[in-house]
Write a protein that binds this ligand. Structure first.
Ligand SMILES: [Zn+2]
Length: 321
């Protein structure tokens, strides 16, 4: 079955190593995507804002297009919803460009337009640092790299600039991504936007309590808005205090819980491939059909289609111009 994946860090990793999108040792390359039956992969440009500035994002975007150009016989960029159906019809896979940490606009709303013109169609407002747009639930210690994964911030939401930011995104037809954002920020996005939004790579906090996952109220509110959360395959987000291994059953547990709480229309996939370093039962994206098989005892074919691609495409159709 075809799938859409809302988040990976592959391009950021390839840019650093000057690696090839066609074939590499990462979780995601074009050969593995083909084997896994990928319909659309979101490629995030992750900027570590304490050590990099916006020039990193622009250079990594150039690299993304170099790689797509070199492989134009296999994959094409998505700029509008119709591109997805057209590429699929002709036999190309789809690539959608996203940002992880929206502060690379350097405090200028007009730079959102600049990124739009460069093909960015989804923006994760924050990573794990306060960034002038909003706040995360927790922030890593820069010395030790340790984070308190269970710390939730219900106090600090979007800044005034952040409110203007999400409004500009909606005007342009860009998808707001609340993964990493504080709980207070989530409710601000709900308050200050009108269109469906997503958590591109977050699971269910009732199944695994880390603050990167959504609690049941957030899942319900996201579902009521018509949004989707893409489950994250990182072991620490799948199972409490598991830094080692992501089992397929663990992934299924999150999907079942989100579908039970928010309904079948609000759950999708957001692997975080090439942003996670634990071992997985689905070793890379070529193994995505194992998840399809594992869902069959719990869901109908129609329901799995929604989980694998139709829910996310519904949001893209509604929000993208
Ligand atoms: Zn992330």
């Amino acid at each position: 079955m075809k799938y859409v994946d809302m988040h990976c860090d592959t391009i950021t990793s390839l840019y650093r190593s000057e690696g090839s999108l066609l074939k590499n040792e990462l979780h995601i390359d074009l050969e593995k995507m083909k084997k896994g039956e990928c319909l659309l992969q979101n490629f995030a440009i992750f900027t570590f804002i304490k050590r990099q500035d916006s020039s990193f994002a622009y250079k990594a975007i150039d690299y993304y297009y170099e790689q797509l150009k070199a492989n134009a016989d296999k994959i094409r960029p998505v700029f509008k919803y119709a591109d997805i159906e057209e590429n699929d019809r002709v036999g190309y896979m789809n690539a959608m460009l996203t940002l992880e940490d929206g502060s690379v606009v350097d405090g200028e709303l007009d730079n959102i337009n600049r990124f739009y013109d460069l093909g960015v169609r989804m923006i994760g407002l924050t990573w794990n640092f306060e960034n002038g747009i909003g706040y995360p639930n927790f922030t890593p210690d820069l010395e030790s790299h340790e984070s308190d994964l269970y710390q939730v911030n219900t106090k600090d939401g979007l800044t005034d600039f952040g409110i203007e930011y999400v409004r500009r995104m909606e005007e342009l037809g860009m998808i707001v991504d609340v993964s990493h954002l504080s709980d207070a920020g989530f409710y601000d996005v709900l308050k200050y936007t009108k269109k469906p939004f997503v958590a591109s790579h977050s699971g269910a906090r009732s199944v695994c309590g880390v603050a990167r996952n959504l609690d049941d109220d957030m899942i319900r509110k996201l579902a009521e808005r018509g949004g989707v959360t893409g489950i994250n395959y990182c072991s620490a987000f799948i199972e409490d205090h598991n830094e080692e291994f992501t089992s397929i059953q663990g992934m299924v547990d999150h999907i079942r819980h989100i579908a039970k709480v928010g309904g079948i229309d609000c759950v999708g996939l957001g692997s975080d491939f090439d942003g996670i370093d634990n071992k997985l039962e689905i070793v890379d994206c070529s193994g995505m059909q194992l998840l399809y098989e594992a869902l069959k005892p719990y869901f109908t074919e129609e329901e799995i289609e929604k989980i694998f691609y139709k829910n996310v495409l519904r949001v893209y159709k509604e929000v993208l111009a």
